[in-house]
Design a protein around this ligand. Structure first.
Ligand SMILES: CC(C)(COP(=O)(O)OP(=O)(O)OC[C@H]1O[C@@H](n2cnc3c(N)ncnc32)[C@H](O)[C@@H]1OP(=O)(O)O)[C@@H](O)C(=O)NCCC(=O)NCCS
Length: 144
């Protein structure tokens, strides 16, 4: 039996009504709230990228989530998090799989994610899921 059925977890699309629960999840699980993560920013992201973001819900509580986006070339995953009490049960794998499947169904053929180098759990997860690590690639950013 898969983790979703065993733990009675439902994975569904994220909606703006989940915003408070998402912030609570991110804050409790080490996701930094950054530029663009205010309610308006997330509303914009969800409406620009319909049905690419998912939440895992148990007994009405959001216990995991991933945001998905498409920049016109690649799909991207952001702010993946699972509540501490539910980790190592395959929930992140379910969320990433759903987002990637939805992307693929729209013809998106590459999905990427940025991970802090210290994040051993996330690195192990994405490696196990077949994501390639581009060792020579660095991320640059600038507030504009
Ligand atoms: C990273 C995170 C999302 C993983 O969620 P999860 O639901 O526990 O992941 P899964 O159960 O789907 O794990 C799948 C595989 O990933 C790897 N993995 C997950 N957590 C791991 C850990 N703490 N240490 C080592 N490997 C780990 C394992 O290979 C695991 O397979 P296994 O259980 O058969 O060993 C979760 O630890 C988390 O929310 N961390 C805090 C927020 C964060 O760092 N988010 C990532 C941002 S990129």
């Amino acid at each position: 039996m898969d983790a979703g059925k065993r733990l009675r977890i439902k994975v569904r699309n994220a909606r703006i009504g989940d915003y408070a629960a998402l912030v609570k999840l991110w804050k409790a699980n080490g996701i930094m709230i950054r530029l663009g993560d205010d309610r308006d920013g997330i509303r914009t992201m969800l409406s620009h990228n319909p049905k690419l973001s998912f939440v895992a819900v148990r007994n009405g509580d959001v216990i995991g989530a991933v945001l998905g986006s498409w920049d016109g070339r690649r799909g991207w995953l952001h702010h993946l998090a699972v509540e501490k009490g539910y980790r190592k049960a395959g929930i992140a794998t379910m969320l990433v799989t759903r987002a990637a499947k939805e992307m693929k169904s729209r013809g998106i053929s590459m999905v990427k994610v940025e991970i802090y180098s210290r994040n051993t759990a996330s690195k192990a997860l994405f490696s196990k899921m077949g994501f390639k690590h581009y060792e020579k690639l660095l991320t640059y950013g600038k507030e504009i």
